[in-house]
Write a protein that binds this ligand. Structure first.
Ligand SMILES: [Zn+2]
Length: 343
Protein backbone atom coordinates (compact mmCIF):
# COMPACT_ATOMS: atom_id res chain seq x y z
CA UNK A 1 0.00 0.00 0.00
CA UNK A 2 1.19 3.57 -0.61
CA UNK A 3 2.38 5.65 2.34
CA UNK A 4 -0.56 7.78 3.39
CA UNK A 5 0.82 11.19 2.42
CA UNK A 6 1.93 10.03 -1.00
CA UNK A 7 -1.43 8.43 -1.46
CA UNK A 8 -3.36 11.59 -0.56
CA UNK A 9 -1.17 13.60 -2.95
CA UNK A 10 -1.88 11.14 -5.71
CA UNK A 11 -5.59 11.31 -5.01
CA UNK A 12 -5.75 15.10 -5.03
CA UNK A 13 -3.69 15.24 -8.21
CA UNK A 14 -6.23 12.95 -9.81
CA UNK A 15 -9.28 14.84 -8.60
CA UNK A 16 -7.92 18.31 -9.41
CA UNK A 17 -9.36 19.84 -12.52
CA UNK A 18 -12.81 18.35 -12.10
CA UNK A 19 -15.65 20.81 -11.63
CA UNK A 20 -17.96 18.99 -9.30
CA UNK A 21 -19.55 21.88 -7.46
CA UNK A 22 -22.42 21.00 -5.16
CA UNK A 23 -25.73 22.42 -6.32
CA UNK A 24 -27.73 21.69 -3.20
CA UNK A 25 -27.82 23.73 -0.03
CA UNK A 26 -25.43 21.62 2.01
CA UNK A 27 -22.37 22.83 3.83
CA UNK A 28 -19.47 21.13 2.11
CA UNK A 29 -15.90 21.36 3.29
CA UNK A 30 -13.39 22.16 0.59
CA UNK A 31 -11.95 18.63 0.59
CA UNK A 32 -13.41 15.70 -1.27
CA UNK A 33 -15.67 13.67 0.97
CA UNK A 34 -17.76 10.53 1.04
CA UNK A 35 -20.91 9.96 3.10
CA UNK A 36 -20.77 6.77 5.13
CA UNK A 37 -23.55 5.46 7.39
CA UNK A 38 -21.63 6.94 10.34
CA UNK A 39 -21.17 10.36 8.72
CA UNK A 40 -19.00 12.20 6.22
CA UNK A 41 -15.30 11.30 5.91
CA UNK A 42 -12.46 12.59 3.77
CA UNK A 43 -12.36 10.52 0.60
CA UNK A 44 -8.81 9.45 1.51
CA UNK A 45 -10.18 7.71 4.61
CA UNK A 46 -11.94 5.16 2.40
CA UNK A 47 -8.54 3.46 2.30
CA UNK A 48 -8.80 0.03 0.74
CA UNK A 49 -12.36 -0.11 -0.54
CA UNK A 50 -14.65 -2.85 -1.84
CA UNK A 51 -17.03 -1.03 -4.16
CA UNK A 52 -19.70 -3.68 -4.78
CA UNK A 53 -20.77 -6.02 -1.99
CA UNK A 54 -23.93 -6.83 -0.07
CA UNK A 55 -23.64 -6.75 3.70
CA UNK A 56 -27.10 -8.34 3.72
CA UNK A 57 -30.10 -8.61 1.40
CA UNK A 58 -33.39 -10.37 0.75
CA UNK A 59 -32.67 -10.69 -2.95
CA UNK A 60 -34.73 -13.53 -4.42
CA UNK A 61 -37.54 -12.96 -1.92
CA UNK A 62 -40.69 -10.86 -2.27
CA UNK A 63 -40.43 -7.10 -2.74
CA UNK A 64 -40.68 -5.38 0.62
CA UNK A 65 -39.54 -2.01 1.93
CA UNK A 66 -39.21 -3.38 5.45
CA UNK A 67 -36.49 -6.06 5.35
CA UNK A 68 -37.62 -7.76 8.54
CA UNK A 69 -34.26 -9.41 9.24
CA UNK A 70 -33.66 -11.76 12.12
CA UNK A 71 -31.30 -9.19 13.61
CA UNK A 72 -29.63 -11.39 16.21
CA UNK A 73 -28.92 -14.16 13.67
CA UNK A 74 -27.72 -11.54 11.21
CA UNK A 75 -25.35 -9.88 13.68
CA UNK A 76 -24.01 -13.25 14.84
CA UNK A 77 -23.08 -14.09 11.25
CA UNK A 78 -22.13 -10.71 9.80
CA UNK A 79 -20.07 -9.00 12.51
CA UNK A 80 -17.39 -11.71 12.79
CA UNK A 81 -17.19 -11.82 9.00
CA UNK A 82 -16.76 -8.04 8.74
CA UNK A 83 -13.99 -8.26 11.33
CA UNK A 84 -12.31 -10.94 9.23
CA UNK A 85 -12.57 -8.70 6.14
CA UNK A 86 -11.07 -5.83 8.13
CA UNK A 87 -8.17 -8.08 9.13
CA UNK A 88 -7.45 -8.63 5.41
CA UNK A 89 -6.79 -4.88 5.10
CA UNK A 90 -10.20 -3.57 4.01
CA UNK A 91 -11.22 -0.14 5.36
CA UNK A 92 -14.55 0.47 3.63
CA UNK A 93 -17.36 -1.31 1.78
CA UNK A 94 -20.14 0.00 -0.45
CA UNK A 95 -23.35 -1.87 0.27
CA UNK A 96 -25.26 -2.31 -3.00
CA UNK A 97 -28.51 -3.60 -1.48
CA UNK A 98 -31.22 -1.14 -2.52
CA UNK A 99 -34.54 -0.26 -0.94
CA UNK A 100 -37.24 -2.92 -1.54
CA UNK A 101 -34.89 -5.89 -1.29
CA UNK A 102 -33.25 -5.31 2.03
CA UNK A 103 -31.68 -1.88 2.59
CA UNK A 104 -31.63 -1.13 6.33
CA UNK A 105 -29.48 1.91 7.04
CA UNK A 106 -29.83 1.89 10.83
CA UNK A 107 -28.70 -1.73 10.96
CA UNK A 108 -25.80 -0.90 8.64
CA UNK A 109 -24.77 1.83 11.07
CA UNK A 110 -24.76 -0.63 13.98
CA UNK A 111 -22.72 -3.12 11.93
CA UNK A 112 -20.28 -0.38 10.99
CA UNK A 113 -19.81 0.68 14.60
CA UNK A 114 -19.35 -2.87 15.82
CA UNK A 115 -16.94 -3.92 13.07
CA UNK A 116 -15.10 -0.57 12.78
CA UNK A 117 -15.39 -0.68 9.00
CA UNK A 118 -16.75 2.27 7.00
CA UNK A 119 -19.98 1.20 5.30
CA UNK A 120 -21.66 3.25 2.57
CA UNK A 121 -25.31 2.90 1.60
CA UNK A 122 -27.23 3.99 -1.50
CA UNK A 123 -30.33 5.64 -2.89
CA UNK A 124 -32.17 4.48 -6.03
CA UNK A 125 -34.27 1.53 -7.24
CA UNK A 126 -33.29 -1.82 -8.70
CA UNK A 127 -34.79 -2.31 -12.19
CA UNK A 128 -33.20 -5.67 -13.09
CA UNK A 129 -34.66 -9.11 -12.17
CA UNK A 130 -37.65 -8.27 -14.44
CA UNK A 131 -38.47 -5.22 -12.30
CA UNK A 132 -39.65 -7.28 -9.35
CA UNK A 133 -38.08 -4.83 -6.88
CA UNK A 134 -39.40 -1.65 -8.52
CA UNK A 135 -42.13 -0.09 -6.32
CA UNK A 136 -45.55 0.81 -7.81
CA UNK A 137 -45.03 4.55 -7.49
CA UNK A 138 -42.04 4.40 -9.85
CA UNK A 139 -44.41 3.56 -12.72
CA UNK A 140 -46.76 6.44 -11.93
CA UNK A 141 -44.25 9.18 -11.16
CA UNK A 142 -41.96 11.05 -13.56
CA UNK A 143 -38.18 10.74 -13.55
CA UNK A 144 -38.13 14.19 -11.99
CA UNK A 145 -40.38 13.04 -9.12
CA UNK A 146 -38.27 9.95 -8.49
CA UNK A 147 -35.15 12.11 -8.47
CA UNK A 148 -36.82 14.38 -5.88
CA UNK A 149 -37.30 11.37 -3.59
CA UNK A 150 -33.66 10.31 -3.99
CA UNK A 151 -32.26 13.82 -3.60
CA UNK A 152 -34.38 14.17 -0.43
CA UNK A 153 -32.69 11.06 0.99
CA UNK A 154 -29.36 12.79 0.40
CA UNK A 155 -30.43 16.16 1.78
CA UNK A 156 -32.55 15.05 4.74
CA UNK A 157 -31.40 11.50 5.44
CA UNK A 158 -32.93 8.05 4.90
CA UNK A 159 -35.89 6.66 6.89
CA UNK A 160 -35.96 9.49 9.41
CA UNK A 161 -32.27 9.07 10.29
CA UNK A 162 -29.42 11.45 9.50
CA UNK A 163 -27.81 8.72 7.36
CA UNK A 164 -27.17 9.84 3.79
CA UNK A 165 -26.54 7.73 0.71
CA UNK A 166 -22.93 7.75 -0.55
CA UNK A 167 -23.91 6.72 -4.08
CA UNK A 168 -26.87 5.96 -6.36
CA UNK A 169 -27.65 2.33 -7.19
CA UNK A 170 -29.93 1.40 -10.06
CA UNK A 171 -30.26 -1.64 -12.32
CA UNK A 172 -31.43 -2.40 -15.83
CA UNK A 173 -32.59 -5.64 -17.43
CA UNK A 174 -31.02 -7.19 -20.55
CA UNK A 175 -32.08 -6.56 -24.14
CA UNK A 176 -33.62 -3.31 -25.36
CA UNK A 177 -33.71 -0.90 -22.43
CA UNK A 178 -37.30 -0.89 -21.09
CA UNK A 179 -39.31 2.27 -20.40
CA UNK A 180 -39.13 1.85 -16.64
CA UNK A 181 -35.38 1.17 -16.73
CA UNK A 182 -34.88 4.28 -18.89
CA UNK A 183 -36.86 6.27 -16.33
CA UNK A 184 -34.68 4.99 -13.48
CA UNK A 185 -31.56 5.90 -15.47
CA UNK A 186 -32.84 9.41 -16.08
CA UNK A 187 -33.88 9.82 -12.43
CA UNK A 188 -30.39 8.67 -11.37
CA UNK A 189 -28.72 11.21 -13.67
CA UNK A 190 -30.91 14.02 -12.31
CA UNK A 191 -30.07 12.96 -8.76
CA UNK A 192 -26.37 12.82 -9.62
CA UNK A 193 -26.50 16.29 -11.17
CA UNK A 194 -28.04 17.72 -7.99
CA UNK A 195 -25.95 15.81 -5.42
CA UNK A 196 -22.71 14.82 -7.22
CA UNK A 197 -23.32 11.24 -6.13
CA UNK A 198 -21.99 8.60 -8.53
CA UNK A 199 -24.32 6.07 -10.16
CA UNK A 200 -23.63 2.33 -10.03
CA UNK A 201 -25.88 0.77 -12.67
CA UNK A 202 -26.29 -3.02 -12.64
CA UNK A 203 -25.77 -3.72 -16.34
CA UNK A 204 -23.96 -6.99 -16.93
CA UNK A 205 -23.51 -7.93 -20.58
CA UNK A 206 -25.84 -5.31 -22.04
CA UNK A 207 -23.78 -2.54 -23.70
CA UNK A 208 -27.05 -0.85 -24.78
CA UNK A 209 -27.31 0.50 -21.20
CA UNK A 210 -24.02 2.47 -21.04
CA UNK A 211 -24.57 3.57 -24.65
CA UNK A 212 -27.96 5.02 -23.70
CA UNK A 213 -26.48 6.48 -20.50
CA UNK A 214 -23.99 8.50 -22.56
CA UNK A 215 -26.87 9.95 -24.61
CA UNK A 216 -28.98 10.77 -21.57
CA UNK A 217 -25.99 12.41 -19.84
CA UNK A 218 -25.88 15.08 -22.49
CA UNK A 219 -29.56 15.88 -21.90
CA UNK A 220 -29.19 15.81 -18.11
CA UNK A 221 -25.89 17.73 -17.94
CA UNK A 222 -23.92 15.05 -16.12
CA UNK A 223 -20.43 13.69 -16.70
CA UNK A 224 -19.36 10.16 -17.73
CA UNK A 225 -17.16 9.87 -14.62
CA UNK A 226 -20.36 9.77 -12.54
CA UNK A 227 -21.48 6.45 -14.15
CA UNK A 228 -20.30 2.93 -13.35
CA UNK A 229 -20.90 -0.02 -15.68
CA UNK A 230 -21.58 -2.54 -12.91
CA UNK A 231 -20.99 -6.29 -13.54
CA UNK A 232 -19.00 -5.43 -16.69
CA UNK A 233 -17.05 -8.70 -16.26
CA UNK A 234 -20.14 -10.46 -17.67
CA UNK A 235 -18.97 -9.42 -21.15
CA UNK A 236 -17.01 -12.17 -22.90
CA UNK A 237 -14.42 -9.76 -24.29
CA UNK A 238 -13.09 -6.34 -23.31
CA UNK A 239 -13.99 -4.61 -26.62
CA UNK A 240 -17.04 -2.69 -25.36
CA UNK A 241 -15.39 -2.07 -22.00
CA UNK A 242 -12.45 -0.36 -23.70
CA UNK A 243 -14.81 1.84 -25.72
CA UNK A 244 -16.81 2.91 -22.69
CA UNK A 245 -13.75 3.47 -20.50
CA UNK A 246 -12.34 5.68 -23.26
CA UNK A 247 -15.57 7.73 -23.04
CA UNK A 248 -14.88 8.24 -19.32
CA UNK A 249 -17.25 5.70 -17.75
CA UNK A 250 -16.12 3.50 -14.87
CA UNK A 251 -15.80 -0.23 -15.54
CA UNK A 252 -16.66 -2.46 -12.56
CA UNK A 253 -15.25 -6.01 -12.68
CA UNK A 254 -17.06 -7.23 -9.61
CA UNK A 255 -17.76 -10.94 -9.91
CA UNK A 256 -14.85 -12.20 -7.81
CA UNK A 257 -17.01 -14.04 -5.31
CA UNK A 258 -15.74 -17.54 -4.88
CA UNK A 259 -16.84 -20.46 -2.85
CA UNK A 260 -15.15 -23.79 -2.32
CA UNK A 261 -18.30 -25.52 -3.58
CA UNK A 262 -17.95 -23.75 -6.96
CA UNK A 263 -14.84 -25.87 -7.61
CA UNK A 264 -13.32 -25.34 -11.07
CA UNK A 265 -15.67 -22.44 -11.77
CA UNK A 266 -13.62 -20.29 -9.38
CA UNK A 267 -10.57 -20.60 -11.64
CA UNK A 268 -12.51 -19.66 -14.72
CA UNK A 269 -14.10 -16.63 -13.07
CA UNK A 270 -10.85 -15.34 -11.63
CA UNK A 271 -8.88 -15.86 -14.86
CA UNK A 272 -11.55 -14.03 -16.84
CA UNK A 273 -11.22 -11.03 -14.52
CA UNK A 274 -7.41 -11.09 -14.95
CA UNK A 275 -7.75 -11.16 -18.74
CA UNK A 276 -10.19 -8.23 -18.87
CA UNK A 277 -8.03 -6.25 -16.47
CA UNK A 278 -4.90 -6.98 -18.53
CA UNK A 279 -6.61 -5.71 -21.68
CA UNK A 280 -7.77 -2.54 -19.92
CA UNK A 281 -4.25 -2.04 -18.56
CA UNK A 282 -2.74 -2.51 -22.03
CA UNK A 283 -5.19 0.14 -23.26
CA UNK A 284 -3.94 2.58 -20.61
CA UNK A 285 -7.31 2.53 -18.87
CA UNK A 286 -6.55 1.12 -15.43
CA UNK A 287 -7.58 4.48 -13.95
CA UNK A 288 -11.18 3.72 -15.05
CA UNK A 289 -11.55 0.34 -13.36
CA UNK A 290 -13.06 -0.85 -10.06
CA UNK A 291 -12.86 -4.42 -8.71
CA UNK A 292 -15.06 -6.19 -6.18
CA UNK A 293 -16.76 -9.52 -5.39
CA UNK A 294 -20.55 -8.97 -5.29
CA UNK A 295 -20.49 -11.14 -2.19
CA UNK A 296 -23.15 -11.22 0.50
CA UNK A 297 -22.67 -11.86 4.20
CA UNK A 298 -26.38 -12.53 4.87
CA UNK A 299 -28.18 -13.60 1.66
CA UNK A 300 -31.80 -14.08 2.80
CA UNK A 301 -30.47 -15.51 6.02
CA UNK A 302 -28.35 -18.11 4.20
CA UNK A 303 -24.65 -18.93 4.23
CA UNK A 304 -22.07 -16.22 3.52
CA UNK A 305 -21.19 -15.66 -0.13
CA UNK A 306 -17.59 -14.63 0.59
CA UNK A 307 -16.00 -11.32 -0.37
CA UNK A 308 -12.34 -12.03 0.28
CA UNK A 309 -10.91 -13.68 -2.86
CA UNK A 310 -9.36 -10.39 -4.02
CA UNK A 311 -6.94 -10.66 -1.11
CA UNK A 312 -6.49 -14.42 -0.90
CA UNK A 313 -6.37 -15.31 -4.60
CA UNK A 314 -6.73 -12.41 -7.04
CA UNK A 315 -3.89 -10.12 -5.89
CA UNK A 316 -1.33 -12.99 -5.87
CA UNK A 317 -2.46 -13.88 -9.40
CA UNK A 318 -2.24 -10.25 -10.55
CA UNK A 319 1.33 -10.05 -9.21
CA UNK A 320 2.19 -13.24 -11.07
CA UNK A 321 0.85 -11.56 -14.20
CA UNK A 322 3.10 -8.53 -13.79
CA UNK A 323 0.79 -6.09 -12.00
CA UNK A 324 2.72 -3.80 -9.65
CA UNK A 325 1.81 -2.85 -6.09
CA UNK A 326 1.03 0.67 -7.35
CA UNK A 327 -1.40 -0.72 -9.92
CA UNK A 328 -3.13 -2.84 -7.30
CA UNK A 329 -3.35 0.19 -4.98
CA UNK A 330 -4.83 2.14 -7.85
CA UNK A 331 -7.62 -0.42 -8.21
CA UNK A 332 -8.44 -0.77 -4.53
CA UNK A 333 -7.63 2.70 -3.14
CA UNK A 334 -7.12 5.49 -5.65
CA UNK A 335 -9.92 4.58 -8.07
CA UNK A 336 -12.70 4.05 -5.48
CA UNK A 337 -11.84 7.39 -3.92
CA UNK A 338 -11.90 9.16 -7.28
CA UNK A 339 -15.11 7.38 -8.25
CA UNK A 340 -17.11 8.24 -5.11
CA UNK A 341 -15.59 11.50 -3.79
CA UNK A 342 -17.88 14.50 -3.68
CA UNK A 343 -15.95 17.73 -3.90
ZN1 LIG B 1 -24.73 -6.89 -6.33
Amino acid sequence: MLPRRQFVQQLSALTLGTTLLPKVGLSHASTAKVYTVTGAIDASELGTCLTHEHIMSNFGGERSYDPNYDVSALKAQVIPYLKKIKSLGVDSILDCTTAYFGRDVQLLRELSEESELYLITNTGYYGAANDRYVPEHAYEESAEQLAERWVAEFERGIDGTDIRPGFIKIAADGGEVSKIDQKLMRAALKTSRDTNLTIACHTGNNPAVPQLALQLMEEESTEPQRWIWTHAHQMNTADELLKMAQQGLWISLDGLRTNESYGARNHKVINHHVQLLQTLKDGGLLAQVLISHDGNSFPRGGAIRPYEAIFTRFIPLLKKNGFTTEEIDQLLQVNPQRAFAIS
